[in-house]
Design a protein around this ligand. Sequence first.
Ligand SMILES: Cc1cc2nc3c(=O)[nH]c(=O)nc-3n(C[C@H](O)[C@H](O)[C@H](O)COP(=O)(O)OP(=O)(O)OC[C@H]3O[C@@H](n4cnc5c(N)ncnc54)[C@H](O)[C@@H]3O)c2cc1C
Ligand code: FES
Length: 246
Amino acid sequence: MAYLIEKPVEVARDHFLLRITSESVAKPGQFVNIKIGFTYDPLLRRPFSVYNYSDGIIEIVVRVVGRGTSWLRNHAQIGKIDMLPPMGKGFTIIESGRALLVGGGVGNAPLYYLAKALKVHGVSVEYVFGAQNADLVFLKEKYETLVDVFHITTDDGSCGEKGFATDCVRKYGEKTYDAIYTCGPRPMMAALVEMFRQSRALIEVSVENYFGCGIGLCAGCTVETVQGNQRACADGPVFDGRILLW
Ligand SMILES: Cc1cc2nc3c(=O)[nH]c(=O)nc-3n(C[C@H](O)[C@H](O)[C@H](O)COP(=O)(O)OP(=O)(O)OC[C@H]3O[C@@H](n4cnc5c(N)ncnc54)[C@H](O)[C@@H]3O)c2cc1C
Ligand code: FES
């Protein structure tokens, strides 16, 4: 059984952090599936990436977009919470060299725990945090103090450089990364894959599309790849960016 150990903490406009006990260790890139409310409506659990894991505590950052996420913000109480253990295929952690991490919006969430794991292995981490505007930037200091090089971009220039995360990569990025990791809006991830497709770097993307069952049974989360259809929940959510059909 999982327990919510404190009330949701607001970390940006419409974004909050939940801290939940977990008997299983989470790997970077995995997600948890949370039951909303106490009845069968809504029926489907909601998936959230692990933002951080340490000493039996999973942290997630939730952006309020609809019914389930609103319920979590307004009604989740300290105590028991119906959360399945972390699941899915996570990121490959390179053991040395240089990594570029690019997040868009709440897609930055899984990249924090990834950055932490890469730093443990001595990897040099360059991070691009993209958001629509300053109000939607969450936990900036946590990212900034963790990584070696940190850039922040907002669409309207209200925080960091004006423009998209991909503009920033074009401006400051180099050709010599050993790995590129990304999570965020699909066009952003597609553009990044194209930028680095011909390089020797590992390219991994976390796909946060719609989930149904979340456990590999319904095909509701199908993604098309050069190897045929795959299920984001069971075969991902992290995929080799080069095999996805964008
Ligand atoms: C593997 C994975 C990891 C995720 N990690 C996070 C995370 O760390 N933090 C976070 O805030 N969200 C994350 N999401 C998205 C999150 O699951 C959805 O925002 C959530 O399920 C919406 O529930 P709701 O009941 O509030 O919205 P609903 O009432 O179901 O929908 C409200 C609106 O949001 C849209 N929407 C719902 N789900 C998605 C989705 N997956 N992608 C795009 N639009 C959607 C709907 O089309 C609708 O317009 C993740 C999704 C996946 C698949
Ligand atoms: S959500 Fe049902 S198979 Fe992935």
